[in-house]
Write a protein that binds this ligand. Structure first.
Ligand code: GTP
Ligand code: MG
Length: 195
């Protein structure tokens, strides 16, 4: 990448959604799965998106300028300590987001160490129902013993009912999977430009 990715804006309501004609790539996943860390890894800047040890930190949609495309860091789901009202707000915001913003590629994050949660499965069902093109990423693989990575990918793929070739094992900590993910983004951005 020949530009330095920059923060654009944070939004909490649908009337503020950002769009300037460039393809939008969004990052989803449960709270604390590593969304902001993956964005920072892609940007090569650890300070771009705020990461946190406290789950549920990112409650808004944060947009970043990546030059050829705009990247949207979505608020995490499945955080138990969030009130009913907040959950409903999240659901409305996401529903509007997927209905009004044209998503070129959704990067769906799953924790490589665990079985997908009910919310993770709901997310995949939702992506199919709304016909949103997505690629799955298994995060924090540095926390798995090397021999566990492959079996774990197979299990996650089976649980989510997706192809194991559609999951990229990644580690923001160890910079694993970056070029594969950039490759998928480039393909999607090119497709958006061709159509
Ligand atoms: N070991 C390891 N830790 C990671 C990795 N990616 C993220 N983490 C840690 O996981 C925690 C959560 O990371 P974030 O990137 O803030 O997660 P998030 O999905 O943006 O979280 P919310 O915005 O709260 O939904 C932080 O303590 C990160 O340092 C990784 O690849 N390896
Ligand atoms: Mg975050």
């Amino acid at each position: 990448m020949n530009i330095q990715p920059k923060f654009i804006t944070s939004v909490t309501s649908p009337d503020k959604f950002f769009s300037d004609g460039r393809p939008i790539v969004a990052v989803s996943g449960k709270s604390n799965v590593g969304k902001s860390s993956i964005i920072n890894m892609l940007a090569g800047n650890k300070k771009l998106a705020r990461t946190s040890v406290t789950p549920g930190r990112t409650r808004m949609i944060n947009y970043f300028d990546f030059g050829e495309f705009v990247l949207a860091d979505l608020p995490g789901y499945g955080y138990a300590k969030v009130s009913k009202e907040e959950k409903a707000k999240w659901a409305t915001l996401m529903d509007c987001f997927f209905k009004t913003q044209e998503i070129t590629l959704l990067i769906a994050l799953f924790d490589s160490r665990h079985q997908p949660t009910a919310d993770d499965k709901d997310m995949v069902r939702f992506l199919y129902a709304y016909r949103i093109p997505f690629i799955a990423v298994a995060t924090k693989v540095d926390k798995l013993p090397k021999t566990r990575i492959k079996p774990q990918m197979n299990e996650i793929a089976a649980e989510l009912k997706i192809g194991v070739g559609d999951i990229i094992p990644m580690s923001a900590e160890k910079n694993v999977g970056k070029s594969e993910l950039f490759g998928e983004i480039a393909k999607a951005v090119k497709r958006a430009g061709d159509s």
